[in-house]
Design a protein around this ligand. Structure first.
Ligand code: ARG
Ligand code: ZN
Length: 508
């Protein structure tokens, strides 16, 4: 880790200890604890279409389904093969039976969607795990694996505009990805198992159209050994005791990007309190942390009120944190932010931002990132720049305008002395998408806009952004167009200088 990066962590305290400084190369796989990667292509099998049930034996042949490259990705500038074309997922129902000791899952994923073009085959993203059988509309379907692509050939083609239901039975030990920084996917952290998947690791625990452009509703049925607790996105709707097991059902009715879907399993306690505007606050802590809310989480109701006033109503009905061990940061999973226990408990390691400011940052992501998700991963500043700016607004609310101004000046000074890519175009591939520039210069872009158009107009822009793109996606050109529409000003030069030019503009 280089000098400037360390300064950024200590003095400016970016959220993600190792991850955030991802201007450099990813950690070597030597430090990885991930199991061997997915089975080689030579073991690819084809299950013949049959009308038998998924548990019955199918006859594998050596035939391989051809992969239509046009279907095997959405052309994301950073992750071209993530996601799939040709259909739109409406809902995922993910049923897992989990053995946390063995770190294995037995899964059944029901994916409902509709075809946006005539489809001979359907592609999903799935990395690792063993697929046992697949049915499309109740009829066994042929499938093949090629790396992270799962190609399904229904017995009948799916005409454009038609709905379909795909059921995938699968099992195994999910592998972790180290795309940028910390372990991603289904993480076995000893006593606790948790999922953090941004940007590309949802595909390690369920078959998905794994790109934020295809958001969907989620239901989770998670069966765990009796005595353990399961938290997930949205609302806990049912807890059903069984023979030595308990099944937890969680529902996330609002559209969710796959990278924000999460499950957390362990000996957890749930702390509940009413929040402002009827929002239910529920936090999940490792049981040994006791029954008291950790100090940095105490003021979440005040943060919710502040942000609802500035950005418009909180977009969901519940919010809270899942505190997990060994995670060097935090991640804004929809309605249930994953928060590293060690940083939550160790304010001493941080100067600014304080851990409480990071809590505010993750909450702000519920508007910017979760409800309004980036159109592509290159639009990541719409997540991180916005949440960082919101975090500075918490500083202003809590400590006053001078503290806000000092924060702006300090971050500007840091950037002026630290090499960085422009936040709207942070590098040719995804490796720098969480660069400190995306956070800090991204946040300063909104500060520059604030100075240019004034507070009333700025917050009108942010509210319209949150409202018009609620539960959907937004792109950088759309944001610029909206800012110009609402302010009536020509903002091309401002956004171009802050988002796209190598040189850091003067601080307004
Ligand atoms: N969105 C997270 C945040 O609030 C950062 C996630 C970083 N992701 C990663 N793969 N390192 O800042
Ligand atoms: Zn963030």
């Amino acid at each position: 880790m280089t000098g400037p990066r360390r300064v950024s962590l200590v003095a400016l305290g970016l959220l993600l200890l190792t991850a955030c400084s991802a201007g450099g190369s990813p950690p070597s796989t030597a430090t990885s604890t991930s199991p061997p990667t997915t089975s080689p292509a030579t073991t690819t099998t084809l299950a013949l279409p049959t009308t038998t049930t998924p548990t019955s034996t199918t006859t594998p042949t050596t035939t391989t389904l051809p992969i239509d490259p046009a279907l095997a990705g959405l052309g994301d500038p950073y992750f071209p093969t993530l996601g799939n074309s040709g259909y739109d997922v409406v809902a995922y129902i993910v049923a897992l039976t989990v053995d946390p000791d063995e770190n294995t899952i037995e899964g059944l994923a029901l994916i409902s969607g509709w075809a946006t073009q005539d489809l001979e085959t359907l592609n999903f993203d799935l990395l690792g795990l063993t697929v046992d059988s697949i049915e499309v509309d109740g009829v066994a379907a042929a499938f093949t694996r090629d790396g992270a692509e799962l190609v399904v050939r229904p017995r009948w083609h799916i005409p454009v505009g038609t709905a379909f239901h795909v059921e995938v039975a699968y099992h195994g030990t999910p592998e972790n990805l180290y795309t940028i920084g910390f372990p991603l996917g289904w993480v076995d952290a000893g006593d606790i198992t948790y999922v953090v998947a941004e940007p590309d690791a949802a595909r390690t625990w369920f078959p998905a159209n794994d790109h934020p452009a295809d958001k969907a509703h989620f239901t989770f049925h998670i069966t765990v050994p009796a005595g353990l607790t399961v938290a997930a996105n949205g609302t806990l709707v049912e807890v059903v005791p069984g023979d030595g097991v308990t099944r937890f059902t969680w529902e996330m009715p609002e559209q969710t990007a796959t990278y924000l879907a999460t499950v957390v399993i362990g000996n957890l306690i749930r702390l509940e309190r009413p929040g402002p505007g009827g929002v239910l606050l529920r936090d999940y802590l490792p049981a040994d942390m006791g029954n008291e809310l950790p100090a940095p989480l105490v003021r979440v109701p005040e943060m919710l009120e502040l942000y609802a006033g500035l950005f418009g109503p909180y977009p969901f009905t519940e919010y809270g944190h899942a505190v997990v061990p060994g995670m060097p940061g935090a991640l804004e999973n929809q309605t249930l932010t994953a928060f590293g226990r060690e940083i939550l408990e160790d304010q001493g390691a941080f100067g600014r931002p304080t851990v409480e400011e990071i809590v505010a940052h993750e909450l702000a992501h519920q508007w910017f990132g979760d409800s309004v998700s980036p159109a592509t991963w290159q639009d990541i500043w719409l997540n991180e720049g916005f949440a960082t700016f919101a975090q500075w607004l918490w500083v202003e609310h809590d400590l006053g305008r001078e503290a806000y101004d000092a924060t702006i000046a300090g971050n500007y000074e840091f950037l002026a002395g630290a090499p960085h890519p422009p936040p709207g175009d942070p590098g040719p591939d995804g490796s720098q998408m969480f660069h400190y520039s995306v956070y800090l210069r991204g946040g300063l872009t909104l500060h520059a806009l604030r100075v240019e158009v004034g507070d009333d107009t700025l917050f009108a822009i942010l509210r319209s952004w949150a409202e018009r793109h609620a539960y959907g996606n937004g792109s950088t050109p759309e944001f610029i167009a909206l800012a110009e529409e609402i302010s009536g000003a020509d903002l091309t030069a401002l956004f171009d200088a802050w988002l796209y030019q190598a040189q850091l503009p003067a601080l307004p």
